[in-house]
Design a protein around this ligand. Sequence first.
Ligand code: NAD
Length: 484
Amino acid sequence: MSDTASALEGVNFVAGRWTASRGGETYERRNPWRPSEVVGEFPSSGAEDVDAAVAAAEAAHPAWSSRPAAQRGAILARAADAIDARVEEIAQDMTREMGKPLREARLEAARAAMILRFFAGEGWRPWGQVYEQSASGAMVYTRRRSLGVVGLITPWNFPAAIPAWKTAPALAYGNTVVLKLAQDAPLTGLHLARALAEADLPEGVLNVVIGRGSAVGEPLIADPRVRAVSFTGSVPVGHGVRDRAASLGKRTQLELGGHNPMIVAADAKLDAAVQAAYAGAFWSAGQKCTATRRIYVEEPVYDEFRERLLARIEHGKVGDPADPDTEVGPLVNQSQFEEVLAGIDRGREEGGTVLTGGERADADAYLVAPTVFENVGDDAYLSCEEVFGPVTSLYRFGTLEEAIERANAVRFGLSAAVFTTNLATATRCVDELQAGILHVNSQTAGADVHVPFGGTKASGYGPHEQGRAAIEFYTEEVTVYQDA
Ligand code: NAD
C-alpha cells in the first residue's frame, strides 16, 4: 500500500493513494460548536474522481474476490485493531467536525472497530447450503458470490459507524467499494480508509470520494460498472437514489429517516422510562434516525412522567461537545440548525406548547436547547415529519389499543419502544408496532453490531444491514447441480 497520509485533510483515497480531487477544488469544514474554527479543507470532488475510483475498484475486484474469505477477514481484523488504537483521536475529530458529544463519539469510534471485527469473522462462516437432487440424489448446493463494485453513500450523523457497517460487509463478501462520505463529516470516514490501508488492503479495493451529492453521488449511481448502491440518508434523497438506480437495473438498499414512538404504560418503571426518553430524544442532539420523536404516556402517570422528564433535562449538561460530561451538543450545520428552529416555530404555530427549550442556547454555536412539546395534534407537522434535532413531543393516551394506533399513524417505521412491566402489554406492542427495530424497556436508539438493522414502511427499502443479514445485499446466490 502506498503513501499513508500523515494528515487526512484535503484528500480522497483512490487506487491506494491519498489524492486531491482532479479538479483541485476544495471546501472548508467548520466546527459547529465554534463556526469560526476551520476543521479542515476537503476535496470537492466530481465525476472524474468517481470515474477513477470506479475504475480502480473494478480492476481490483477479480483478485480481491478470489482471495480466501478468511484472508479478507484477517485484513478487516487488523483494521479493527488500528481503529481501536486510535479511538480517542477519531472521537476528537468526529466531535470537532460534526459536533457529536465526545462521550458518544468515543463509543461510536470503538463500535466501528467492533463492526470490522464482526465481519472479519464472516470469512469463517458458511456461504451456502447443500441439498440432494430430487431425481438422482446427487448433490445440489447453493453458494454466494460477490457482486463486483458497490457504491456506498453515507450521511454525516454516524460518520464512523455507517461507513464501517456498509464497507465491512461489502469487503468481507468479496466486493470492491467506492464510498462517498458526507461533506459535513469527511475526516472521521477517512480514518476508516487509513485503518484499512494500514492493514494492507490491496490498492483499489476501497476508494473514498468526498464531495456534494449531486457531484459525486449521482455519477456513482449512474456508472454502469457499479452493480449495487447502498444509501443511508433522508427520505427525499433516498427515493431519488432508488428510482435512478432501479431504472438502471441496480440492486438498491435504503436506510432513511424515522419518526420513532415510545409508549410508556402506567405500570412502567418510570425512572428507567424517563432516562430512556431523555437519551433517545436528546443524545446526539436528536440527530439519529432512531431518535425518540413521540412519547405516548398512559393517563394515570402522565403528569408524573412529565415532571420527572423536565427534572432530568434540568440536570443534563448542554454545551461544548468536547467536554466529556456534555450530553447535548450542537447541530451539525447552520442549515440544519435553521430547519430545526423552523420546525419548533411550526410546532408552536400549530398549537403546541413548549414545556422547555424551544430556542437557541448559545450565541455562537448551532446549539438548540432540549425541547419538549405537549398539546401537539396527531396531524400536526411535529407529529408526522422528522425534525432532525433535540425536539420531542408528549401525548396522553387512555388505552393500549389507542396508543398503538397513534404510534403507527405515520409513514415511517424505523424503531419503536415500549416501557411496561406487563408481559402481555410488551407482547402486544412487539406484535403490532410497525417498526423494524423494537425495544422493550430500552430507548428507541441503539444498535448492536451483530443483529439486523433496518426500517419498515418509508424508513427502509431492500434487505437489512448489519449482522449476517448484510450477506443478502452484498452477495448473489447461485445454485449448482453437481453430478459425477
Ligand atoms: P442526506 O439525504 O442529505 O444525504 C445523505 C448522503 O446522500 C450524503 O452523502 C449526501 O451528500 C448524499 N446525496 C445528496 N444528494 C444526493 C444525490 N442527488 N445523489 C446521490 N447522493 C446524494 O441525509 P443527511 O442529512 O446526510 O443525513 C440525515 C438523514 O439520514 C436523516 O433523515 C436520518 O434519519 C437519516 N439516517 C437514517 C439512518 C438509518 O439507518 N435509517 C441512519 C442515519 C441517518
